[in-house]
Design a protein around this ligand. Structure first.
Ligand code: MN
Length: 154
């Protein structure tokens, strides 16, 4: 199945946060060392619509990549819970919480130790590539104890 357009008007939800005809993909085409135990499903992607809606699922103890970019994210927690880092702030996430990631803001999502974190993520269809923190940017982020604990998975 291609990542791009689908004319299917209705896709049934399946067991376990899956959808009929939607492939469970690798989270990203990047070194796996930067994230842990994340899957991606592209729910809506059509050139006539300038956005894409994806469902990401972070397994217990897993996390997304720490990154920033010009494009924004709008996130809705659909399964489980965990935490996120947005800019310099760590926030607890529970079911149905909403998260806005503004442009050029460091962000990372972490599942709880014993529960997955599944979320919908709305994003521009055309978008810039994520940037990773340099060592000095990482050090600066970690100068805040709460952020350091978050990034260290504590
Ligand atoms: Mn991102």
């Amino acid at each position: 199945m291609s990542e791009r357009p689908t004319e299917t008007a209705h896709r049934a939800a399946l067991e376990g946060y899956r959808w009929d005809g939607v492939e469970v993909r690798r989270y990203k085409d990047e070194p796996a060392a930067l994230y842990k135990d994340v899957t991606r499903q592209v729910l809506f992607s059509d050139p006539r619509l300038k956005g894409e809606l994806r469902y990401f699922e972070v397994a217990p103890g897993g996390h997304s990549t720490l990154e920033k970019h010009e494009h924004m994210h709008a996130v809705l927690v659909l399964r489980g819970g965990g935490k996120c880092l947005i800019g310099g702030e760590v926030r607890a996430l529970k079911l149905n919480d909403l998260v806005t990631v503004p442009p050029w803001t460091w962000h990372q999502f972490r599942a709880g130790k014993d529960e997955p974190l599944g979320f919908l993520c709305l994003v521009n269809a055309e978008r810039d590539r994520p940037q990773l923190p340099s060592q000095s940017e990482l050090s600066e982020l970690k100068s805040d104890p709460a952020v350091r604990d978050f990034l260290d998975g504590k």
